[in-house]
Design a protein around this ligand. Structure first.
Ligand SMILES: Nc1nc2c(c(=O)[nH]1)N[C@H]1C(S)=C(S)[C@@H](COP(=O)(O)OP(=O)(O)OC[C@H]3O[C@@H](n4cnc5c(=O)[nH]c(N)nc54)[C@H](O)[C@@H]3O)O[C@H]1N2
Ligand SMILES: Nc1nc2c(c(=O)[nH]1)N[C@H]1C(S)=C(S)[C@@H](COP(=O)(O)OP(=O)(O)OC[C@H]3O[C@@H](n4cnc5c(=O)[nH]c(N)nc54)[C@H](O)[C@@H]3O)O[C@H]1N2
Ligand code: SF4
Ligand SMILES: [Mo]
Length: 729
């Protein structure tokens, strides 16, 4: 056994950092911004996963500002708060500075010591070779998030592993993409293929766009609102988009499938659905029509609390604007464990409205046909991420993080080593902390590549400091989009301290593993230049313009009456899913009533706040100034019942006795009395995150009741309840 102690990072505070003038608010004597020697370097943002293209401006070689690139559809020339605050991640004095190696001190306690790159990489390569020899390279897994992970995926594939998993699947958009693939044969991607700028009616089920700040998406919704779109928001909380809606439906949490089936009932009962479209493209309509007979609005009302007249009125509203009606598929969809089925219901509703492939609905996306740099083929791995699922989750077409973690526990564990890139697992995967600790006692190797001393670094044998996105090349951005375009991320600064770009780290490891042939370049810019030259551009051009648009080669929407072959087994939109029936699941979405909060408990609701991305920006000095802590939204009735005043601190306790950090109460009518709400990403336990350490409450530690989606392994997070514990004094 390799008993690993979780290393509390407090002993490593080291020299500390001196705050730069930027972070002190520019209060030092400095000429007017823009009056010095200004250089503009293209980038695309990494403060969240939307990847807005912009420019980093430096003045006399010092950081000045980051602005949006006007030719970019993701940003339309404007960055959000977090993107503008990106320089804070470069300047953060708490950044990882040097590789760290786990050592046992004289007192027997484990700690980290700083190491040179050569030693750290040599250590990793030796252990990876041993894992490959003793068990096979497929027994090394990678848990990752973020664009920079692509360099390490390449390394892992060259080494012989195809066990990757990112929380973007089983903790985020997995159920949605599986639900849409089952129905239309394709997922939504990022950016989502939502044609909101042309929509006449938009339905948001939970999606709290405006608090959820995906820049281009917020801008197209704003455009739709300027065009007087009919916005229907279904949210138990009076969210930002609820405030801009024609109809706000404050649904009883967890009852959305009932509402969706009720809407289908009305569309079919009143013959309001797109008959031509369904006849031309879909299969299983008769089964659907029979299925939804049970879900009359009067029945749905009893479950959802939404009045029958309102259910009918909103269904008619959707139909009256169809096919320019978008029922938004959402993004973070791991809610109650029946999430793929809820996403199926959303997909089916879109089909009834005829919105897939239609203007104002869901467009056909296109990216640039960018050739891959010529390299030898990867070895065929003996097993891939599916090994972790042990026959479960038949529709998981990507790795399931939580399953990989479980398959890394015990002496006969499938996985023997981990490479963790850019994901802070303890706060990202609900209820996983005991398993993480257990995996630490069995794995032969844990490598963490990060920019910050996040909690996950405390689990590592070796911590490798990557430089931030502002100091490196990554792959070209080539997202499926409305209009195809490439965007370049390149270094605006030299890497600070002893941090290194991901491509360099992956290449160095590859060389030490005898995989040089997969890394024939000296500098990653050679790969980008080669690729760009294949499509008539060059690195030199991209360094000037940052974003290059390409013409579409096929239409964005279906032509009237056009024959279409969908990528489902039947080639049609599958309203009734034979694939699901064959695998033993409900072929049509079935509603099950969610568990109600026990007496004295409230449902723990959570989401985003505009100024932060999860926990990865809360220590960013610029963003910290804007939003240092999260607040707990509490209904006035609850506040009165509990004797709580606005601004007072409370703690939350879950039924398993877990007690949170203290969090400030915000008394507001905008939340139902059966729930409380807070933004995810606070309550850090790593002392080395000196600004954010210990501030605010962490929703994830309270989520011990995880509802796993049997179709794809997603971790439903919304069946958790809390009581409020008043702070003494
Ligand atoms: N500023 C900022 N923006 C972000 C991010 C960030 O970290 N910061 N993260 C990005 C990422 S990765 C994602 S996945 C997205 C997530 O953003 P979304 O996909 O919009 O997230 P959801 O979890 O669907 O939305 C949370 C909303 O669901 C509501 N809700 C809670 N329970 C229920 C229910 O039972 N039914 C219904 N109908 N609604 C309910 C909550 O009140 C809240 O308003 O945000 C993205 N945008
Ligand atoms: N309780 C709860 N859990 C959730 C959610 C929730 O709302 N509540 N949301 C879910 C969703 S939608 C998602 S998408 C996931 C997100 O989950 P994660 O992506 O794991 O989010 P973070 O916790 O912000 O962790 C990001 C990590 O990447 C590091 N990092 C930042 N930049 C870089 C870089 O350039 N290079 C490297 N190597 N590392 C970097 C950060 O320091 C941090 O350690 O969380 C999911 N989990
Ligand atoms: S939405 Fe904001 S944080 Fe996300 S990529 Fe764009 S500018 Fe950056
Ligand atoms: Mo997400």
């Amino acid at each position: 056994m390799n008993r690993r102690e979780f290393i509390k990072l407090s002993g490593l505070m080291g020299a500390g950092g001196v705050l730069s003038p930027l972070l002190l608010g520019g209060c030092t004597a400095h000429p007017l911004p823009g009056s010095g020697q200004v250089v503009r370097t293209p980038t695309f943002c990494d403060m969240c996963f939307w990847k807005c293209a912009g420019f980093v401006h430096t003045e006399n070689d010092r950081p000045w500002k980051i602005t949006g690139n006007a030719h970019d559809l993701h940003s339309q020339g404007r960055l959000c708060t977090r993107g503008s605050g990106g320089l804070g991640s470069y300047e953060d004095p708490d950044r990882l500075r040097k590789p760290l190696l786990r050592v046992t001190g004289a007192d027997g306690r484990q700690t980290f010591r700083e190491a040179e790159w050569d030693e750290a990489l040599g250590f990793i390569a030796d252990r990876m070779k041993a894992i490959a020899n003793d068990y096979g390279p497929d027994r090394m897994a990678m848990l990752n998030h973020g664009y920079g992970a692509r360099h390490f995926k390449h390394l892992m594939r060259a080494y012989g592993s195809a066990s990757f998993a990112e929380p973007a699947f089983a903790q985020c958009r997995g159920p949605r993409d599986v639900g849409f693939r089952l129905t239309f044969g394709e997922g939504l991607g990022s950016p989502e293929r939502t044609d909101m700028e042309h929509s006449r009616c938009i339905v948001l089920i939970g999606s709290h766009i405006g608090e959820n700040l995906h820049n281009g998406q917020v801008q197209t919704l704003a455009q739709a609102l300027r065009n007087d779109v009919s916005l229907i928001t279904v949210d138990p909380r009076f969210s930002v988009p609820a405030g801009k809606s024609k109809y706000w439906l404050p649904i009883r949490p967890g009852t959305d499938i009932a509402l969706l089936l009720g809407w289908m009932y009305v569309l079919i009962d009143e013959q309001l659905y797109d008959r031509d479209y369904i006849e031309r493209y879909a299969t299983g309509f008769d089964e659907l029509a029979a299925h939804v007979r049970r879900y009359a609005p009067e029945w749905v009302y009893l479950e959802t609390g939404i009045e029958p007249d309102l259910i009918r009125a909103t269904a008619r509203e959707m139909a009256s604007h169809a096919p320019a009606t978008l029922v938004h598929p959402g993004r973070h969809t791991t809610w109650y464990g029946d999430d793929t089925q809820r996403s199926r219901a959303i997909a089916i509703l879109n089909a009834l409205l005829g919105s897939w492939g239609r203007k104002g609905g869901l467009y056909i996306k296109e990216n640039v046909r960018l050739p891959r740099y010529p390299l030898p083929a990867y070895p065929q791995p003996r097993s891939d991420f599916r090994a972790a699922n042990k026959g479960r989750y038949p529709f998981a077409y990507e790795g399931v993080t939580n399953a990989i973690i479980e398959a890394s526990i015990g002496e006969d564990a499938h996985y023997r080593g981990w490479l963790v890139y850019g994901t802070n697992l303890p706060s990202t995967i609900p209820g996983i902390r005991p398993q993480l600790k257990a995996a630490m006692d069995s794995l032969d190797l844990v490598v963490v590549v990060d920019t910050m001393p996040s909690e996950i670094t405390g689990y590592a044998d070796v911590v490798l400091p990557e430089c931030t996105y502002l100091e490196r090349y990554d792959d070209l951005r080539n997202a499926g989009e409305r209009e195809p375009a490439l965007a370049l991320r390149m270094p605006a600064f030299e890497p600070r301290h002893d941090s290194k770009p991901g491509w360099w780290i992956a290449r160095q490891l590859g060389r030490r593993l005898g995989l040089e042939r997969y890394f024939p370049w000296q500098d990653y810019s050679e790969v980008l230049d080669w690729q760009l030259k294949q499509v008539g551009s060059s690195l030199e051009e991209m360094q000037r313009i940052g974003v290059k648009p390409f013409p579409r080669t096929r239409p964005k929407y279906f032509a009237e009456g056009q024959p279409v072959r969908f990528r489902t087994p039947s080639g049609r939109i599958e309203l009734h899913s034979q694939q699901l029936a064959d695998a033993g699941f409900d072929p049509l979405p079935v509603y099950t009533r969610p568990e109600a909060p026990p007496a004295g408990f409230y449902r723990l609701n959570y989401g985003r706040m505009p100024a932060h991305t999860f926990g990865k920006t809360t220590n960013n000095p610029l963003l910290f100034q804007l939003a240092p802590e999260n607040t707990l939204w509490v209904n006035p009735l609850v506040a009165r019942e509990q004797g709580l005043a606005n601004g007072e601190y409370v703690r939350l306790q879950n039924p398993d006795g877990i007690v949170s950090n203290r969090v400030r109460v915000r008394v507001t009518e905008r939340i139902r009395p059966d729930s409380v709400f807070m933004a995810h990403g606070f309550g850090h336990r790593s002392r080395r995150l000196r600004l954010t350490y210990g501030i605010g409450a962490d929703d994830s530690e309270l989520m011990t009741n995880v509802r796993v989606d049997p179709l794809m392994g997603g971790t439903g997070m919304r069946a958790n309840f809390v009581t409020l514990v008043k702070e003494a004094g």
